[in-house]
Design a protein around this ligand. Structure first.
Ligand code: PAF
Length: 315
């Protein structure tokens, strides 16, 4: 397979390094200087006590990429619109684009941007920490699900009957390199399950400045995690989204499986970047408003993370 990874963040670098085992991998970076540096220095993946270096084709010019079988969109939620627009020369002929953002903010923009191509939504529970440009530590693995967008988000474009086939191939390709991935018929419950995992883990780890596993050891954090998730689950219920797993049990399992990982929100905060709080807890709050549901715990988490963002200053 020829695979394009858009965005060399923690998840992008992890997937690029893993997939390069038996695929032709290209990485698209909006930053020209960093792209050149990554192409020369390679990506370094630390996993299971071993470090491997992967020399890949890294470019800032989507025109260079050519036809791809699979594109994985690994940028932050707030960057989706810009990333899809600038990667379009590589995406318009891609067999499939899979969007792997945290939260649900990207659901508002992708249907409009991707009307003419096959695209899918994904939820992954991989724990990856970026310790320097192109240097990623794989700190725990959980399941990944991908699925074509439900009808309400646009469905398959006309004249592209192979979207499902490409989806199955994508799941197989990821699973083959140690990213266990299931192609599912209904991705929404999986997205919400993942959303609620992030609702429970990300803000609290950012506020407490701790790795994921520490939330289970601190009774107060464990309680807040349960309360934040319960509020989110209520919103899902009111919206008619059928969660297919117990979200609290899922969050606890992710905390255990990625115990030493720093959540993406904590990584963002430490790096002085804006976090994804608005696409995670903030998005749940916005949906709860019109439903008349008060979410005091999520409100407090959003307030605190916004305050931390302001105090740290943004890059
Ligand atoms: O955002 C993250 O960090 C990840 O989604 C997860 C699964 C919580 C692991 O850290």
């Amino acid at each position: 397979m020829k695979v394009l990874i858009i965005g060399p963040g923690a998840l992008g670098c992890l997937l690029a390094a893993k997939l390069s085992r038996n695929n032709e991998v290209w990485v698209l970076d909006h930053d020209l200087a960093r792209a050149a540096w990554l192409a020369a220095a390679g990506l370094v993946l630390a996993e299971g006590g071993q470090e491997t270096r992967h020399f890949l084709r890294v470019t800032a010019e989507p025109e260079q990429v050519g036809l791809v079988d699979l594109a994985l969109l690994c940028v932050k939620s707030r960057m989706v619109e810009g990333a899809v627009a600038s990667a379009w020369p590589a995406l318009r002929e891609a067999a499939l684009l899979v969007a792997l953002q945290n939260g649900i903010g990207h659901l508002d923009v992708l249907p409009r941007l991707c009307r003419s191509i096959c695209w899918a939504l994904g939820a992954t529970n991989q724990g990856a920490t970026l310790v320097g440009p192109g240097q990623v530590q794989h700190r725990g693995s959980g399941p990944t699900w991908i699925g074509l967008p439900p009808r309400q988000f646009g469905g398959e474009p006309a004249g592209r009957p192979s979207c499902r086939q490409s989806l199955l191939l994508a799941a197989e390709t990821l699973s083959e390199v140690g990213i266990p991935t299931e192609a599912v018929a209904d991705i929404l419950p999986r997205l919400w399950n993942k959303l609620l995992v992030n609702v429970g883990i990300n803000a609290l780890t950012a506020i407490n400045n701790c790795p994921n596993g520490a939330l289970l050891d601190d009774p107060e954090s464990a309680e807040l995690m349960a309360a934040a998730i319960a509020e989110g689950a209520l919103v899902a219920k009111k919206l008619g989204i059928k969660l297919d797993r117990d979200p609290l049990a899922a969050a606890r399992a992710v905390c255990g499986a990625t115990a030493t990982n720093l959540s993406s929100m904590l990584q963002d905060l430490r790096a002085g970047r804006p976090t994804e709080i608005e696409a995670i807890n903030g998005a749940v709050l916005r949906l709860a408003g019109p439903l008349g549901l008060p979410l005091p715990v999520n409100e407090a988490l959003v307030r605190k993370v916004r305050e931390l963002e302001r105090n740290q200053g943004r890059k």
